[in-house]
Ligand binder design. Structure first.
Ligand SMILES: N=C(N)NCCCC(=O)O
Ligand SMILES: [Zn+2]
Ligand SMILES: [Zn+2]
Length: 321
């Protein structure tokens, strides 16, 4: 059944919520068209339902469907950024990748191949996870196009640890592997919002060697959103930027539905405000990971993740000036 959509400058947008109620209609991200329903895709939203790399609570494999469900209320105009993210560019939902839940290495190969295939159709990719393991194959796909990228990483955790139980590919290790593989520009990466206990102070030493600066959660009150945005801009400059957002960067009050929660995190208002400054960065790709709906209540985490994707899409809209 065909549905009435908002069309702007030939770009196919959301199902019109004034005609079809939001709780009806397709379950794509923000009720946008599927990728096979449009041509010339600028940004694809892709789900990666994979969580075999987690060290604690499982369940992020259900993240993509949950974030899509929590995105039904998103409206076409973003007043805080003064942009219409679905009108200034063609955004489409590329569905979910089918990846092996029993073999991490095979899943990683499948995710890289799947991301590369979508990038043949779309200029940019925003991925909804899935656990943080998926950032490694996504960075492989992005670095194949752009060379080593500056990673802006929002997370409670460093995710530059070496191995867990001897496993090199887990949700706590993607950025160490990416740094070792030369996928990231070691002079331009940083973490934002890290907090909580580490294994030892050596974690921070290794992390610096691997190319990361840190804006820890304890500095957020003093810096404010504007100060954080400045620290990020100073670090990445005009390098191609890959943005990786682990939803556990938010305090568990704002994102209870996640696998390794840590007290003392950002508010969703702070995260969205920082993202709103990213229109001036050279963003080449992004992921939003670690939404585990079994621990969510009232879609709190799903809605935070959906709005996070919406702000990233808003930052990607080509500027007129
Ligand atoms: N990437 C996330 N969410 N968590 C990593 C935590 C790894 C650990 O259990 O030490
Ligand atoms: Zn984390
Ligand atoms: Zn993480």
């Amino acid at each position: 059944m065909s549905v009435p959509r908002i069309i702007h400058d030939g770009r196919v947008g959301q199902v019109d919520a004034t005609v079809v109620p939001r709780f009806a209609g397709p379950a794509t991200f923000a009720r946008l068209p599927r990728i096979d329903e449009v041509s010339d895709v600028d940004v694809a939203v892709l789900g990666v339902p994979f969580d075999a790399g987690v060290s604690y609570r499982p369940g992020a494999r259900f993240g993509p469907a949950h974030v899509r469900e929590s995105s039904r209320l998103l409206r076409p105009y973003n007043p805080a950024a003064d942009v219409s993210p679905f009108a200034g560019q063609q955004v489409a939902d590329a569905g979910d990748l089918a990846v092996n839940p029993f073999a991490i290495d095979e899943a990683i190969t499948q995710i890289e191949a799947g991301a590369r295939a979508v990038l043949e159709r779309a200029g940019r990719l925003i991925t909804i996870g899935g656990d943080h393991t998926i950032a490694l194959p996504l960075l492989r796909a992005v670095a194949a196009q752009h060379g080593p990228v500056a990673v802006v990483h929002f997370d409670a955790h460093l995710d530059t640890w070496d191995t867990y139980f001897g496993a090199a590919h887990t949700h706590g290790t993607p950025f160490r592997r990416a740094s070792e593989e030369g996928l990231i520009d070691r002079s331009g990466c940083l973490h934002v919002g890290t907090r909580g206990p580490l294994y030892s102070s050596r974690d921070l030493h290794d992390d610096r060697e691997l190319g990361f600066h840190v804006v820890p959660s304890v500095e957020i009150d003093d810096l404010g959103a504007r100060g954080i945005a400045e620290r990020i801009r100073d670090r990445v400059g005009d390098r191609p930027v890959y943005l990786s957002i682990d939803i556990d960067v938010l305090d568990p009050a704002f994102a209870p539905g996640t696998g390794t929660p840590e007290a003392g995190g950002m508010t969703s208002r702070e995260l969205l405000a920082v993202l709103r400054s990213f229109g001036s960065l050279n963003l080449v790709g992004a992921d939003v990971v670690e939404v585990a709906p079994a621990y969510d209540h009232a879609e709190i985490t799903g809605i935070a993740a959906a709005h996070t994707v919406y702000e990233i899409l808003s930052a990607l809209v080509p500027r007129k000036d």
